[in-house]
Design a protein around this ligand. Sequence first.
Ligand code: 5GP
Ligand code: MN
Length: 345
Amino acid sequence: MSKHTALLSSWIDSSKVISTISHARPDGDAAGCSAAMVCYLQECRGKDAAAILPDPLPDNVSFLSDGVNILTDKSGVAARLARTDLLICLDFNTLSRVEGLEDIVRAFPGPKVLIDHHEAPAVQDFDLCFSETRISSACELLYRVLMGMPDIESDAHKLPKRTARALMTGMTTDTNNFANSVYPGTLAMASELLGAGVDRDDIIDKLYHSDRPARLAAMGDLLSNRMKLIPGGGAMCVLPQSFYDTHGLQDGETEGFVNLPLSLKDVRLSILAREDGDVFRISIRSKRGTSARSLAMSHFHGGGHEQASGGKIFIPADIASPSEAEDYVRRITARFLQEHPAVNQ
Ligand code: 5GP
Ligand code: MN
């Protein structure tokens, strides 16, 4: 067992109440590692464990909340933190990613442990950090941490069933179903979890075969009418609130749309902007040799991974009104592509 894992295990032993927290608008990885950790702490270590999330789970991963106490309202979170002995932070690198909960998390007096796969974690904000970037997902990193625990003894069969299923789910969504960020360890984990009885077909049905017709209709509209190509290998889609209203879509139902333009041979960077109150939320995906992360950091107040990043456009700081979003994205992206030719790797 590594020194880090031994320390985490001893902190778990000496804690009665343990909470996890992950980032705002949780995706499958955030939901997966939260549920996986809570189920492990309950079933294997007998702890009072709960997951804190700044926002509710999106529908496609809501099955992971089965039997998991999830807290999202600020007063419930504050009450929970007041009696929490150990806080485990999952799938984010800076406390700003918990958004509205940042102040009460910063004020938490107990030990904070980070388990994350983003570049440049703010290590000074945590008491113990598990950080690895050449890995598919926070779920894969958590899998490795759990396999190192004294009660699991590197045997995936000893993981609680719900932990194994949640880890497989988060790894699957963060790799876009094995399309990106797949390392030898990722396939080893998948193989071991399958061997331990995880029903992957059921996970795939829940993740990818459960759409409402409205989502498919919106995808068609997006590809036919919204997607614009940008010289230099870019594609952009700007979705005003009216797009969601017209199609009767929830915010989470456009998850994955940003990947679609990358199926074009000549597109190396795809950017999707969605209006949300007084901001546009930005998702960026790129092919190898083009950095989604550097565009997110330099122009959209964001960050993320090399090939999958996000950020925001603020109104009125960046643009005067929502109608300017499309021009703004086009201009910034065209200049970025011109200044950053594809690097052969
Ligand atoms: P998505 O496009 O799926 O919302 O986000 C992709 C990735 O970008 C996330 O996994 C996260 O690492 C990063 N990301 C998304 N939004 C933000 C943001 O507002 N700030 C930062 N720093 N990273 C973000
Ligand atoms: Mn992740």
